[in-house]
Ligand binder design. Sequence first.
Ligand SMILES: Nc1ncnc2c1ncn2[C@@H]1O[C@H](COP(=O)(O)OP(=O)(O)OP(=O)(O)O)[C@@H](O)[C@H]1O
Ligand SMILES: [Mg+2]
Length: 628
Amino acid sequence: MKEAANLKDHIYTKYTMLLLFLRGSKRFFTMSILASAVVAALDMVTPQVIRIVVDGCLSEQTETLPGVVRRFLDEAGGREFIISHLYLAALAILVVAALTAVFQYLNNYLNSVATERMMKTTRDTLYEHIERLPYAWHMENQTGDIIQRCTSDVTMVREFVSEQLVQVVHIAVLIAFSVVVMLSMSLTLSWVVFLSIPVIIGYSYFFYHRIGHMFQECDENEGVLSTIAQENLTGVRVVRAFGRESYERDRFRKQNNIYTDAWMKLCGLLSGFWAAGDLVMALQLMILVVAGAALCVQGKLTAGMLIAFISYNRRLIWPVRHLGRMISEMSKAGVSMDRLLYILNSKTEEVETNLPEESSCPDMSGDIVFRNVSFGYAEDERVLRDVSVTIKGGTTLGILGGTGSGKSTMMHLLNRLYELQDGEITISGVPVKDISLSWLRSHIGMVLQEPYLFSRTIEENIAITRDGTAAEAAGTMEEVRRAARVACIDESIERFSKGYQTVVGERGVTLSGGQKQRTAIARMLVQNTPIMVFDDSLSAVDTETDEKIRNALKQYMGHATVILISHRISTLMDADQIIVLERGRIAQQGTHRELIAQEGLYREIYEIQSPEGAEDTVDVGKEVPRYE
Ligand SMILES: Nc1ncnc2c1ncn2[C@@H]1O[C@H](COP(=O)(O)OP(=O)(O)OP(=O)(O)O)[C@@H](O)[C@H]1O
Ligand SMILES: [Mg+2]
């Protein structure tokens, strides 16, 4: 049964997207936040130990100590007890430090576990979604941009959740605890500390908010710089061939200067910010010390309390300084989340969740019918106009037409890379829109106009439609060789020192255009489908090999329905039926003999390609006219 997957029409918001990414890691983040709250609580203890020691031992002002502590000290022997048991204070500090270390460890460890789990879920979710997005979506969006979203933007979200969000909670808890403890000691001094907190947060927020665009400028300049480098590396042949090295070097140097200058400007501002921030903190400390000393003189505060206050203040001030920065950086995460939402909220192709029904898996060896098909990629531009043609099962259709006449588009519609707009296409009487997508595509073998080979071995490339375990089976290698022989690529492969194990791609042997096309043909043959499409697949091989391949194919293909697209009459002339496309319309239709007997494009091209009129001497150099 065909069913829309639950993801298909689901629209995510930032919040629901985060929940989706946090599947399986929420409890670790929660535990990490709890551990960080314990650290914040433990941070409150040590200054109190110092306070007890100072007030109880040095100035004997135990009356200001909390009730429980005071009663314990009174019963134990007051000042004498503290002096003779000073190791207890040392022990308390040590225990607090040890506990802090344990919880800090738990906080960091759990946070890392949670973050890595979240990243795994995020990568899986995005990749799975992108794999299911339609071909049209991939055509509309730049590969570089998609990759950027899946790397930089994912990193921004990672930082937002694992650092900013967790830190903000930690600092909030720290401030809350401090408020309680400080207020219990002195209202006046608490005011000094708490009034300065918003000033410091505000100062750092506005600063980072203002220099946000400078960070962005640096990022953009870095992007331009890496694009220049990347282009030069991938296009090294063009650069060398046209002697553009010095021009490209200058271009790189210029951009490198701009990038460096932007960073230096930013670093200058940052240094100023930190220096000015230190000054603000020194001023705050000064007020605290002076006001504290005055209160001590008036007897409203003990020396131990003042020291404890200064200690709390010191613990609080650094996180508070970072808080402003974090709040300002959170807005960047918002932008990144929007960029990820664009991917997640793009509609995927239908997904079959259960085994398809019989009606959606028809016999694919029947007739293929295009009935009044009209189609345009853009709304007001028709690429195909009222195309009607019937291809009897097991026969061959040839399609001839100039560049841009809509030949490849017909094939895009046949295997539903794009959805039909007007008209109907049926296979064995079943409209393609009702055929299960995986069934449809696995029964139509396509050799694409621009074959793409993966950076894997030639054998793997040819056997790509077989899954890994089957590819290892002994039978597959035989099939691969047989297909390669039919595609006339076997000999060329055998000439490579590693034969079928030669790695194709950047670092492997780079195949010639014709070799790539023939490898792609072999790949399609291995699939052994009832429908085979060759989209201009023999354009890069010479006429002789073209004929050899066609003859071998005839025997191999058996009862397959074949669609042959070509600019060469010699490739098409044996087809049972040929259509000539002109600006998206079928201008002529018939067999080779019928078409050369008619006035029209077919005969014109036939005459251009075989000036002597002999059927098998064709001039490959001359092309079909362009329609663009
Ligand atoms: N993915 C696409 N998005 C938008 N327009 C497209 C797309 N693919 C093709 N076109 C446009 O549709 C028209 C027909 O293209 P198509 O690829 O079908 O031509 P073709 O007959 O296969 O040409 P060629 O012989 O050069 O392969 C062209 O004008 C082209 O610019
Ligand atoms: Mg094409």
